[in-house]
Design a protein around this ligand. Structure first.
Ligand code: FCB
Length: 472
């Protein structure tokens, strides 16, 4: 990795005060269920999200992934857009339900063919392929057998990882085994806000462990398949701040940090679950799902960490008598999430780039000098195409500018950060919010599937071309 230098030559001839290394991965990210559509084509079997979205009341606008942005058919057009932006890297996810054949007896080669073509199209456009193996779309057949509460799912995931690595392992440069396992476990099995929509804190903790086990087994499977790329995982690391220094508020912050961050980082990077969290949750589970040898598998060394960051959390103890029975966090019914002062995005998420800098520095301080990528960062706004064919989105430009500046600060302070992926390349299916939230650099008209570069896409192209940002 190139060291940041004061007078380093840039990749273009434009001015940029905040320079990034010449080999920095300027990227954008997507996920299969959110963009592909074509849910019954190419031998794909149903996923938990097909079932969840078909259940009335689960998705805000009743949207499903049936068509989404039709990327399955339009991937060449989308790769051309990426090339137009000058992206160095593209993070996509592979849909497990496209690869696992019905009944699970074998591999659906038609599914592998799709990603094979996508990866070749990326390489032909000079874009580095980054693949996520699990962005929440569990095959429904596996959910019927218990999903992530069934230990066998971890083994099936490793088999799937081997199959994908066997086909793409010579060309994918970075693998993320899982995307945000916190969401899979705590929203999928705890609060029920995500597929499969179960509501059991015990199941959420069991699923957490089996997801981590799946990560470790898949990491080993990817290496055994002689993949040439780096192997890592993408976590929604959060900066958890107490609302005051009162002991009860500090304890709320400790618990949320434990259940959001340390429950993943500690087993992955230290080979142990946090003792305080195991003690706190002893009334929910005895943790007997952790078997001898599991933590050695989970802590199999990785090459890089992926960090997804959107906003910090401000937490404190709930006033006496107040409780949140629907919280995704086990043992956190008596904790309140406070709004962070200041502006918010269309998701209602607070805009605070200092949180991103602190997350990156905190990981380095607590877990050492591990290479990192910001695998997701971005903002939803209400974007409209104007009569002259533009999509003005100045707030998104401000958001991305401020967060890239925070990334630059973290790098200047010594964080080994190698790339940044905007969430998202395209407007897409935003899970429980359906199509009501737009995160894309590229606007999608869902009636016509027309793509229009937003102003932020033009801005990002300039940043990439200049190799950095101008200070504001
Ligand atoms: C992340 C998800 C991604 C997208 C963004 C907004 O938690 O990984 O799929 O929904 O949030």
């Amino acid at each position: 990795m190139t060291i940041l230098g004061a007078t380093e030559t840039l990749t273009g001839d434009r001015r940029a005060d905040l320079r990034f290394p010449v080999d920095f991965w300027w990227g954008a990210a997507t996920a299969a269920y959110q963009i592909e559509g074509a849910v019954t084509e190419g031998g794909r079997t149903p996923s938990i999200w097909d079932v969840f979205t078909a259940t009335p009341g689960r998705i805000e606008d009743g949207g499903t992934g049936e068509t989404a942005t039709d990327h399955f058919h339009r991937y060449r057009e989308d790769v051309a857009l990426m090339a137009e932006l000058g992206l160095a890297a593209y993070r996509f996810s592979v849909a497990w339900p496209r690869i696992r054949s019905a009944g699970g007896a074998g591999v659906n080669t038609a599914g592998l063919d799709f990603y094979d073509r996508l990866v070749d199209a990326l390489l032909a456009a000079g874009i580095t392929p980054v693949a996520t193996l699990y962005h929440w779309d569990l095959p429904q057949e596996l959910e019927q057998a218990g999903g992530w509460t069934n230990r066998d799912t971890a083994g099936h995931f490793a088999d799937y990882a081997s199959a994908v690595a066997g086909r793409l392992g010579d060309r994918v440069r970075l693998w993320n085994t899982l995307n945000e396992p916190w969401c899979s476990a705590f929203l999928g099995y705890g609060s029920g806000g995500h597929a499969p929509g179960r509501t059991s804190h015990r199941d959420a903790l069991t699923a957490t462990h089996h997801l981590l086990l799946a990560h470790g087994l898949a990491t080993r499977a990817l290496r055994a398949a002689a993949t040439t790329g780096q192997v890592g995982i993408a976590l929604n690391a959060g900066r958890v701040r107490p609302v005051s220094t009162a002991p009860a508020d500090l304890d709320a912050a400790r618990r949320i940090d434990g259940l959001l961050n340390r429950i993943f980082f500690d087993p992955l990077l230290r080979g142990a679950y946090p003792a305080d969290i195991q003690a706190d949750t002893a009334g929910i589970t005895d943790w007997s799902f952790v078997r001898d040898g599991d933590l050695a598998v989970i802590s199999t060394p990785i090459d890089a960490l992926g960090i997804n960051y959107y906003q910090p959390d401000l937490v404190g103890a709930a006033p006496a008598g107040q409780s949140d029975p629907g919280t995704p966090y086990p043992t956190a019914q008596d904790i309140v999430f406070h709004p962070t002062p200041g502006p918010v995005t269309d998701m209602g998420w607070s805009i605070d780039p200092t949180g991103l800098r602190e997350v990156l520095l905190g990981i380095r301080r607590d877990y050492g000098d591990i290479p990192m990528y910001v695998t997701e960062n971005g903002a939803a706004y209400v974007d409209r195409v104007t009569p002259d064919g533009r999509v003005p989105d100045p707030e998104r430009i401000d958001y991305l500018h401020a967060h890239l500046a925070a990334v630059h600060e973290a790098m200047s302070a010594g964080v080994d950060l190698r790339g940044y992926f905007v969430w998202s390349l395209l407007d897409n299916f935003e899970w429980g919010y359906g199509y009501s939230k737009r995160f894309g650099l590229v606007h999608v008209d869902y009636a016509t599937q027309a793509r229009t570069l937003k102003d932020s896409a033009h801005w990002y192209r300039e940043v990439i071309a200049a190799g950095g940002l101008e200070t504001r």
